[in-house]
Design a protein around this ligand. Structure first.
Ligand code: F6P
Length: 364
């Protein structure tokens, strides 16, 4: 017979995204409403687990949060419990403090943890499972790059935000007969660039998966100009790079599971294109705006489904599972299956083929 859980905790780790509160709400309300469980909220991801900042979540705490962006629990993307920086006598050592995390849960009688996060959060979740913690993962990220799930919540909202920005940039590009280059997030995957670019009617989409040729990009805008199209829209992923070149790193963040922060490729491309084409070029980097705002109905629904499914799995006695959306339905896979992998865009993705069909260039 499946074990009956009485106390569970929920946490959000890694970079935030719209829809986190929808999951917290689904987990908390289902746990209390359907299963009569007590729910606790861990503050600021694994950092709160390490620092023992864990508080009760009542039904009312999960009310009026469905439409709110961010996370009511806070998040952190620099706290790995298995390699946490501890300073003694002026020396900092990366220390395994996972035992402390386990005891902070145990002393409250918390028997299971729902970890909502990305690849970094899931890597640690898998390690906690090995130590015997009952843990369930829920995949989040605007980047949509988590291996094993066709979609993550947050992505749809980010695409909406980016598309809205591209629409706005269109009018000013047209008025000033310019090449406007819109940089979107996505880390090493081009999902946001591809989807927002296609939705916003970009003339050129540049993604990490397809290193671009500056000559091809220049020819494309010049050809448009010769045809009387006096402006062009380029959507570029922050991780895009020229053939034989490398990604633009603007910062390294110590103690982050992935310390590299990308950004700035749009300005570099704007300068190069202006030089080669002699057309007026401007860059706009959408940055963290893509992580904010109220989640779209799609992300609210996906978040609700994910949170509910995590609870159903727990009630069935499962552990160490990542909730996923695969082939049009909810499912789950072992957390470890996602570890160290990134879901990137395939060159034969149906949207790439459709975009090419309508004349979009990928700069290759
Ligand atoms: O993973 C989400 C994401 O927004 C990426 O698209 C981006 O590269 C990164 O996080 C930015 O991280 P930070 O919030 O640490 O600047």
């Amino acid at each position: 017979m499946a074990r009956r859980f009485r106390k569970i905790a929920v946490m959000t780790g890694g970079g935030d995204c719209p829809g986190l509160n929808a999951v917290i709400r689904a987990v908390t309300k289902t746990a209390i409403n359907k299963y009569g469980m007590e729910v606790w909220g861990v503050e600021d991801g694994y950092l709160g687990l390490i620092e023992d900042r864990i508080h009760r979540l009542h039904f009312s705490d999960a009310s009026n949060i469905l439409t709110v962006g961010g996370t009511i629990l806070g998040s952190s993307n620099t706290s790995n419990p298995f390699a946490f920086p501890i300073s003694t006598n002026g020396r900092t050592r990366l220390t395994d403090v996972s035992g402390l995390c386990m005891s902070n849960l145990a002393k409250r009688g918390i028997e299971a943890l729902i970890a909502i996060g990305g690849d970094g959060t899931m890597a640690s979740a898998g390690e906690f499972a090995k130590k015997g913690l009952t843990i369930m993962g829920v995949p989040k990220t605007i980047d949509n790059d988590i291996y094993g799930t066709d979609i993550t919540f947050g992505f749809n909202t980010a695409v909406n935000t980016a598309t809205d920005a591209i629409d706005k940039v269109h009018t000013t590009a047209s008025s000033h007969h310019r090449v406007m280059i819109v940089e979107v997030m996505g880390r090493y995957a081009g999902w946001i660039a591809l989807h927002a670019g296609a939705a916003g009617g970009a003339d050129i989409i540049l993604m990490p998966e397809m290193p671009y040729d500056i000559e091809v990009v220049a020819e494309c805008v010049l050809a448009r100009s010769k045809k009387g199209k006096r402006f062009s829209i380029v959507v570029i992923a922050e991780g895009a790079k020229p053939k034989g070149g490398s990604m633009v790193v603007y910062k390294r963040v110590k103690n982050s599971p992935d310390p590299i922060r990308l950004g700035g490729v749009s300005s570099i491309l704007a300068d190069q294109l202006e030089r080669v084409t002699r057309l007026s070029c401007r860059a706009v980097n959408l940055g963290h705006v893509q992580r904010g705002g109220s989640p779209t109905p799609f992300d609210r629904i996906l978040g609700t489904n994910f949170g509910f499914h995590a609870l159903e799995l727990l009630a069935k006695g499962a552990t160490n599972r990542l909730v996923v959306w695969k082939d049009g339905k909810l499912g789950d896979i072992p957390i470890a299956r996602t570890a160290g992998k990134t879901k990137t865009v395939k060159r034969n993705d149906s949207l790439i083929l459709a975009a090419k069909g309508v004349g979009t260039s990928f700069g290759i």
